[in-house]
Design a protein around this ligand. Sequence first.
Ligand SMILES: Cc1ncc(COP(=O)(O)O)c(C=O)c1O
Length: 357
Amino acid sequence: MGSPYMQWVKGVYQLPYNLAASGVTSYPLKMLPVKLEELEITGPSYYGYAPLLQSLARHCGVPTEQIFAALGTSHANYVAMAALAEPGDEILIEEPTYELLVSTAQYLQLTVRRFPRRRENDYKIEPGDIERAIGPKTKLIVITNLHNPTSAFADEQTVKRIGEIARSVAARVLVDEVYLDAAFEQTPRSAIHLGKEFVVTSSLTKVYGLSGLRCGWVLAEPELVRKMWHLNDLVTNVPPHPSELLSVIALQHLDEIRSWSRALIAKNQKTLQEMFLVRKDIECFAPGFGTIVFPRLRSGKVEEFNTKLIEKYQTVIAPGKFFGAAEHFRLGIGGKPEMFREGLQRLCKALDESATT
Ligand SMILES: Cc1ncc(COP(=O)(O)O)c(C=O)c1O
Protein backbone atom coordinates (compact mmCIF):
# COMPACT_ATOMS: atom_id res chain seq x y z
CA MET A 1 0.00 0.00 0.00
CA GLY A 2 1.28 3.50 -0.78
CA SER A 3 3.86 4.63 -3.29
CA PRO A 4 7.52 3.58 -2.82
CA TYR A 5 8.53 6.33 -5.25
CA MET A 6 6.76 9.14 -3.37
CA GLN A 7 8.19 7.96 -0.07
CA TRP A 8 11.68 8.02 -1.55
CA VAL A 9 11.39 11.31 -3.44
CA LYS A 10 9.94 13.26 -0.52
CA GLY A 11 13.01 12.19 1.49
CA VAL A 12 15.48 13.75 -0.98
CA TYR A 13 13.58 16.86 -2.00
CA GLN A 14 15.55 19.24 0.19
CA LEU A 15 18.94 18.43 -1.38
CA PRO A 16 20.39 21.59 -2.98
CA TYR A 17 20.90 20.02 -6.43
CA ASN A 18 17.65 18.25 -7.12
CA LEU A 19 17.69 16.61 -10.54
CA ALA A 20 15.02 14.11 -9.48
CA ALA A 21 12.07 16.54 -9.72
CA SER A 22 10.07 16.27 -12.93
CA GLY A 23 8.39 19.67 -13.07
CA VAL A 24 9.37 23.25 -13.69
CA THR A 25 10.59 25.17 -10.64
CA SER A 26 8.04 27.27 -8.77
CA TYR A 27 6.55 30.25 -10.61
CA PRO A 28 6.95 33.15 -8.16
CA LEU A 29 3.69 34.37 -6.64
CA LYS A 30 4.92 37.95 -7.00
CA MET A 31 4.86 37.53 -10.79
CA LEU A 32 1.11 36.85 -10.70
CA PRO A 33 -0.94 40.07 -10.59
CA VAL A 34 -2.88 39.17 -7.45
CA LYS A 35 -4.46 41.63 -5.03
CA LEU A 36 -5.14 40.44 -1.50
CA GLU A 37 -8.70 41.79 -1.78
CA GLU A 38 -9.31 39.27 -4.59
CA LEU A 39 -8.74 36.33 -2.26
CA GLU A 40 -11.18 34.78 0.18
CA ILE A 41 -10.98 31.83 2.55
CA THR A 42 -14.22 30.05 1.67
CA GLY A 43 -16.46 30.39 -1.37
CA PRO A 44 -19.25 28.80 -3.42
CA SER A 45 -17.42 25.63 -4.39
CA TYR A 46 -19.50 22.47 -4.16
CA TYR A 47 -19.19 20.28 -7.22
CA GLY A 48 -16.60 22.69 -8.59
CA TYR A 49 -16.16 26.47 -8.36
CA ALA A 50 -17.99 27.88 -11.40
CA PRO A 51 -15.36 30.49 -12.47
CA LEU A 52 -12.62 27.85 -12.25
CA LEU A 53 -14.66 25.29 -14.21
CA GLN A 54 -15.32 27.96 -16.87
CA SER A 55 -11.62 28.86 -17.08
CA LEU A 56 -10.68 25.18 -17.37
CA ALA A 57 -13.39 24.66 -19.99
CA ARG A 58 -11.82 27.42 -22.11
CA HIS A 59 -8.31 26.06 -21.53
CA CYS A 60 -9.24 22.47 -22.40
CA GLY A 61 -11.87 23.18 -25.10
CA VAL A 62 -14.65 21.12 -23.46
CA PRO A 63 -17.94 22.02 -21.69
CA THR A 64 -17.88 22.36 -17.89
CA GLU A 65 -19.95 19.15 -17.51
CA GLN A 66 -16.94 17.26 -18.82
CA ILE A 67 -14.58 18.52 -16.11
CA PHE A 68 -13.89 17.10 -12.69
CA ALA A 69 -11.69 19.66 -10.89
CA ALA A 70 -9.01 17.73 -9.01
CA LEU A 71 -6.23 18.67 -6.60
CA GLY A 72 -3.45 17.86 -9.06
CA THR A 73 -2.93 15.01 -11.49
CA SER A 74 -2.33 12.29 -8.86
CA HIS A 75 -5.71 13.04 -7.34
CA ALA A 76 -7.18 13.13 -10.85
CA ASN A 77 -5.67 9.73 -11.69
CA TYR A 78 -6.91 8.19 -8.46
CA VAL A 79 -10.48 9.40 -8.87
CA ALA A 80 -10.52 8.52 -12.59
CA MET A 81 -9.28 4.97 -12.01
CA ALA A 82 -11.70 4.45 -9.12
CA ALA A 83 -14.59 5.61 -11.30
CA LEU A 84 -13.59 3.60 -14.37
CA ALA A 85 -12.77 0.17 -12.97
CA GLU A 86 -13.81 -2.14 -10.15
CA PRO A 87 -11.77 -4.57 -8.05
CA GLY A 88 -10.75 -7.53 -10.21
CA ASP A 89 -11.00 -5.62 -13.50
CA GLU A 90 -7.96 -5.69 -15.70
CA ILE A 91 -5.96 -2.55 -16.39
CA LEU A 92 -3.22 -2.37 -18.99
CA ILE A 93 -0.41 0.08 -18.19
CA GLU A 94 2.63 1.07 -20.27
CA GLU A 95 6.10 0.08 -19.01
CA PRO A 96 8.19 2.01 -18.06
CA THR A 97 5.80 4.47 -16.50
CA TYR A 98 5.15 6.77 -13.54
CA GLU A 99 5.14 4.51 -10.50
CA LEU A 100 2.01 6.01 -8.91
CA LEU A 101 -0.16 4.86 -11.80
CA VAL A 102 0.73 1.25 -10.98
CA SER A 103 0.52 1.65 -7.18
CA THR A 104 -2.86 3.35 -7.46
CA ALA A 105 -4.25 0.58 -9.66
CA GLN A 106 -2.93 -2.03 -7.24
CA TYR A 107 -4.43 -0.21 -4.27
CA LEU A 108 -7.81 -0.22 -6.07
CA GLN A 109 -7.37 -4.01 -6.45
CA LEU A 110 -7.26 -3.91 -10.22
CA THR A 111 -5.37 -6.65 -12.03
CA VAL A 112 -2.42 -4.89 -13.59
CA ARG A 113 -1.00 -6.01 -16.93
CA ARG A 114 1.78 -4.19 -18.77
CA PHE A 115 2.77 -3.47 -22.33
CA PRO A 116 6.26 -2.29 -23.30
CA ARG A 117 7.59 1.00 -24.61
CA ARG A 118 10.96 0.00 -26.00
CA ARG A 119 14.25 1.83 -25.79
CA GLU A 120 15.29 0.57 -29.23
CA ASN A 121 12.14 2.17 -30.65
CA ASP A 122 12.59 5.52 -28.85
CA TYR A 123 9.85 4.55 -26.39
CA LYS A 124 7.11 4.90 -29.01
CA ILE A 125 3.85 3.11 -28.30
CA GLU A 126 3.41 0.17 -30.67
CA PRO A 127 -0.37 -0.47 -30.87
CA GLY A 128 0.33 -4.13 -31.73
CA ASP A 129 1.69 -4.61 -28.18
CA ILE A 130 -1.60 -3.34 -26.77
CA GLU A 131 -3.62 -5.54 -29.12
CA ARG A 132 -1.70 -8.59 -27.92
CA ALA A 133 -2.08 -7.73 -24.23
CA ILE A 134 -5.73 -6.68 -24.20
CA GLY A 135 -8.49 -9.11 -23.25
CA PRO A 136 -12.24 -9.24 -22.55
CA LYS A 137 -11.64 -8.29 -18.90
CA THR A 138 -9.64 -5.17 -19.76
CA LYS A 139 -11.46 -2.06 -18.61
CA LEU A 140 -8.73 0.51 -18.96
CA ILE A 141 -5.55 1.22 -20.92
CA VAL A 142 -3.22 3.77 -19.33
CA ILE A 143 -0.60 5.89 -21.09
CA THR A 144 1.29 9.08 -20.32
CA ASN A 145 1.75 11.68 -23.08
CA LEU A 146 4.39 13.07 -22.98
CA HIS A 147 5.80 9.87 -21.56
CA ASN A 148 7.05 9.83 -17.99
CA PRO A 149 9.99 9.02 -17.70
CA THR A 150 11.31 9.69 -21.25
CA SER A 151 9.27 12.65 -22.66
CA ALA A 152 8.51 10.56 -25.79
CA PHE A 153 5.52 11.92 -27.68
CA ALA A 154 2.64 9.75 -28.92
CA ASP A 155 1.12 11.25 -32.08
CA GLU A 156 -2.60 11.60 -32.73
CA GLN A 157 -2.71 8.66 -35.12
CA THR A 158 -1.22 6.33 -32.49
CA VAL A 159 -3.50 7.60 -29.72
CA LYS A 160 -6.56 7.21 -32.00
CA ARG A 161 -5.51 3.65 -32.80
CA ILE A 162 -5.31 2.88 -29.05
CA GLY A 163 -8.86 4.24 -28.77
CA GLU A 164 -10.04 1.84 -31.48
CA ILE A 165 -8.39 -1.11 -29.73
CA ALA A 166 -10.02 -0.10 -26.43
CA ARG A 167 -13.42 0.22 -28.12
CA SER A 168 -13.14 -3.33 -29.48
CA VAL A 169 -13.41 -4.67 -25.88
CA ALA A 170 -15.55 -1.79 -24.48
CA ALA A 171 -12.60 -0.46 -22.49
CA ARG A 172 -11.48 3.14 -22.01
CA VAL A 173 -8.15 4.87 -22.38
CA LEU A 174 -6.76 7.03 -19.59
CA VAL A 175 -4.24 9.53 -20.95
CA ASP A 176 -2.18 11.37 -18.36
CA GLU A 177 -1.26 14.60 -20.17
CA VAL A 178 0.47 16.39 -17.32
CA TYR A 179 3.60 16.96 -19.47
CA LEU A 180 1.87 17.47 -22.84
CA ASP A 181 2.16 21.27 -22.92
CA ALA A 182 5.95 20.93 -22.56
CA ALA A 183 5.94 20.11 -26.28
CA PHE A 184 5.23 23.88 -26.58
CA GLU A 185 4.79 24.85 -30.26
CA GLN A 186 4.27 21.18 -31.13
CA THR A 187 1.59 20.60 -28.46
CA PRO A 188 -1.23 18.67 -30.12
CA ARG A 189 -4.88 18.80 -29.07
CA SER A 190 -5.81 16.78 -26.00
CA ALA A 191 -6.86 13.15 -26.45
CA ILE A 192 -10.29 14.12 -25.07
CA HIS A 193 -11.10 15.37 -28.58
CA LEU A 194 -10.35 11.98 -30.16
CA GLY A 195 -13.37 9.97 -29.02
CA LYS A 196 -15.68 8.98 -26.18
CA GLU A 197 -13.41 6.22 -24.93
CA PHE A 198 -10.80 8.76 -23.83
CA VAL A 199 -10.47 10.08 -20.29
CA VAL A 200 -7.76 12.67 -19.76
CA THR A 201 -5.97 13.83 -16.61
CA SER A 202 -3.70 16.82 -16.23
CA SER A 203 -2.84 19.87 -14.13
CA LEU A 204 -0.92 23.14 -14.05
CA THR A 205 1.65 21.61 -11.68
CA LYS A 206 4.50 20.45 -13.92
CA VAL A 207 4.85 22.56 -17.05
CA TYR A 208 3.76 25.85 -15.45
CA GLY A 209 5.60 25.63 -12.12
CA LEU A 210 2.33 25.95 -10.19
CA SER A 211 2.47 22.78 -8.12
CA GLY A 212 1.31 24.45 -4.89
CA LEU A 213 -2.00 25.52 -6.45
CA ARG A 214 -2.94 21.87 -7.00
CA CYS A 215 -5.02 22.89 -10.02
CA GLY A 216 -5.76 19.59 -11.75
CA TRP A 217 -8.59 18.02 -13.71
CA VAL A 218 -10.14 14.95 -15.28
CA LEU A 219 -11.88 15.33 -18.64
CA ALA A 220 -14.50 12.68 -19.40
CA GLU A 221 -18.09 12.11 -20.49
CA PRO A 222 -20.56 14.04 -18.22
CA GLU A 223 -22.02 10.90 -16.65
CA LEU A 224 -18.51 9.75 -15.64
CA VAL A 225 -17.68 13.19 -14.31
CA ARG A 226 -20.77 13.08 -12.07
CA LYS A 227 -19.62 9.72 -10.77
CA MET A 228 -16.19 11.20 -10.01
CA TRP A 229 -17.67 14.14 -8.05
CA HIS A 230 -19.70 11.71 -5.95
CA LEU A 231 -16.74 9.40 -5.38
CA ASN A 232 -14.68 12.41 -4.37
CA ASP A 233 -17.14 13.21 -1.59
CA LEU A 234 -15.54 10.25 0.20
CA VAL A 235 -12.06 11.78 -0.11
CA THR A 236 -12.54 15.46 0.64
CA ASN A 237 -15.30 18.02 1.14
CA VAL A 238 -14.42 21.18 -0.78
CA PRO A 239 -11.08 22.29 -2.25
CA PRO A 240 -9.03 25.13 -0.69
CA HIS A 241 -10.82 28.22 -2.03
CA PRO A 242 -7.76 30.56 -2.08
CA SER A 243 -6.21 28.03 -4.41
CA GLU A 244 -9.25 28.04 -6.68
CA LEU A 245 -9.14 31.84 -6.88
CA LEU A 246 -5.41 31.86 -7.61
CA SER A 247 -5.89 29.15 -10.24
CA VAL A 248 -8.47 31.31 -12.06
CA ILE A 249 -5.94 34.19 -12.08
CA ALA A 250 -3.14 31.87 -13.24
CA LEU A 251 -5.32 30.58 -16.10
CA GLN A 252 -5.98 34.20 -17.16
CA HIS A 253 -2.22 34.74 -17.38
CA LEU A 254 -1.22 31.35 -18.70
CA ASP A 255 0.40 32.73 -21.86
CA GLU A 256 2.93 34.72 -19.81
CA ILE A 257 3.58 31.75 -17.53
CA ARG A 258 4.04 29.52 -20.57
CA SER A 259 6.62 31.92 -22.07
CA TRP A 260 8.53 32.02 -18.79
CA SER A 261 8.52 28.23 -18.53
CA ARG A 262 9.45 27.74 -22.15
CA ALA A 263 12.47 30.07 -21.89
CA LEU A 264 13.63 28.28 -18.74
CA ILE A 265 13.33 24.81 -20.28
CA ALA A 266 15.03 25.94 -23.51
CA LYS A 267 18.01 27.20 -21.51
CA ASN A 268 18.26 23.93 -19.58
CA GLN A 269 17.82 21.85 -22.74
CA LYS A 270 20.84 23.66 -24.20
CA THR A 271 22.91 22.97 -21.06
CA LEU A 272 21.80 19.33 -21.18
CA GLN A 273 22.84 19.06 -24.80
CA GLU A 274 26.25 20.63 -24.30
CA MET A 275 27.25 19.09 -20.99
CA PHE A 276 25.50 15.76 -20.72
CA LEU A 277 24.17 14.26 -23.93
CA VAL A 278 27.67 14.27 -25.45
CA ARG A 279 28.96 11.85 -22.81
CA LYS A 280 29.97 8.36 -23.85
CA ASP A 281 29.20 6.71 -20.51
CA ILE A 282 25.46 7.27 -20.87
CA GLU A 283 22.95 6.50 -23.57
CA CYS A 284 19.93 8.79 -23.77
CA PHE A 285 16.85 9.25 -25.92
CA ALA A 286 16.30 13.01 -25.90
CA PRO A 287 13.47 14.44 -28.01
CA GLY A 288 14.54 18.06 -27.37
CA PHE A 289 11.34 18.99 -25.53
CA GLY A 290 9.78 18.03 -22.20
CA THR A 291 10.97 18.44 -18.63
CA ILE A 292 12.60 15.01 -18.13
CA VAL A 293 14.96 12.56 -19.82
CA PHE A 294 15.74 8.96 -18.93
CA PRO A 295 19.41 8.15 -19.55
CA ARG A 296 20.89 4.67 -19.23
CA LEU A 297 24.12 4.23 -17.32
CA ARG A 298 26.33 2.13 -19.58
CA SER A 299 28.14 0.58 -16.62
CA GLY A 300 27.75 0.49 -12.86
CA LYS A 301 24.70 0.37 -10.65
CA VAL A 302 22.39 3.37 -10.60
CA GLU A 303 21.50 3.11 -6.93
CA GLU A 304 25.11 2.90 -5.75
CA PHE A 305 25.95 5.79 -8.01
CA ASN A 306 23.06 7.85 -6.63
CA THR A 307 24.12 7.20 -3.04
CA LYS A 308 27.57 8.60 -3.85
CA LEU A 309 26.02 11.50 -5.73
CA ILE A 310 23.85 12.39 -2.74
CA GLU A 311 26.54 11.99 -0.09
CA LYS A 312 29.47 13.58 -1.87
CA TYR A 313 27.79 16.02 -4.25
CA GLN A 314 24.44 16.86 -2.58
CA THR A 315 22.90 16.08 -5.93
CA VAL A 316 20.12 13.58 -6.65
CA ILE A 317 18.62 11.80 -9.63
CA ALA A 318 15.53 9.53 -9.65
CA PRO A 319 16.54 5.85 -9.89
CA GLY A 320 15.06 3.97 -12.84
CA LYS A 321 13.88 1.09 -10.63
CA PHE A 322 10.84 3.20 -9.73
CA PHE A 323 9.86 3.31 -13.40
CA GLY A 324 10.62 -0.33 -14.18
CA ALA A 325 14.09 0.15 -15.74
CA ALA A 326 16.86 -0.28 -13.15
CA GLU A 327 19.80 0.64 -15.43
CA HIS A 328 18.31 4.06 -16.08
CA PHE A 329 17.74 7.19 -14.08
CA ARG A 330 15.38 10.10 -14.61
CA LEU A 331 16.87 13.52 -14.90
CA GLY A 332 14.61 16.54 -14.40
CA ILE A 333 15.38 19.59 -16.53
CA GLY A 334 12.91 22.08 -15.07
CA GLY A 335 15.06 23.43 -12.24
CA LYS A 336 16.34 26.99 -11.93
CA PRO A 337 19.01 27.28 -14.65
CA GLU A 338 21.88 28.05 -12.20
CA MET A 339 20.94 25.10 -9.99
CA PHE A 340 20.51 22.86 -13.02
CA ARG A 341 23.92 23.75 -14.49
CA GLU A 342 25.71 23.26 -11.18
CA GLY A 343 23.82 20.00 -10.48
CA LEU A 344 24.69 18.69 -13.92
CA GLN A 345 28.34 19.61 -13.39
CA ARG A 346 28.32 17.66 -10.16
CA LEU A 347 26.63 14.72 -11.85
CA CYS A 348 29.28 14.76 -14.59
CA LYS A 349 32.09 14.89 -11.99
CA ALA A 350 30.59 11.87 -10.23
CA LEU A 351 30.37 10.03 -13.57
CA ASP A 352 34.03 10.87 -14.36
CA GLU A 353 34.99 9.60 -10.94
CA SER A 354 33.06 6.33 -11.43
CA ALA A 355 35.01 5.72 -14.64
CA THR A 356 38.32 5.81 -12.78
CA THR A 357 37.32 3.69 -9.76
C1 LIG B 1 2.77 11.21 -15.16
C2 LIG B 1 2.48 11.94 -13.89
N1 LIG B 1 1.21 12.05 -13.48
C3 LIG B 1 0.90 12.69 -12.35
C4 LIG B 1 1.87 13.28 -11.56
C5 LIG B 1 1.46 14.01 -10.33
O1 LIG B 1 1.21 15.33 -10.67
P1 LIG B 1 0.53 16.39 -9.71
O2 LIG B 1 1.66 17.08 -9.02
O3 LIG B 1 -0.21 17.29 -10.65
O4 LIG B 1 -0.36 15.68 -8.76
C6 LIG B 1 3.20 13.19 -11.94
C7 LIG B 1 4.24 13.77 -11.08
O5 LIG B 1 5.42 13.58 -11.24
C8 LIG B 1 3.52 12.51 -13.13
O6 LIG B 1 4.77 12.41 -13.53
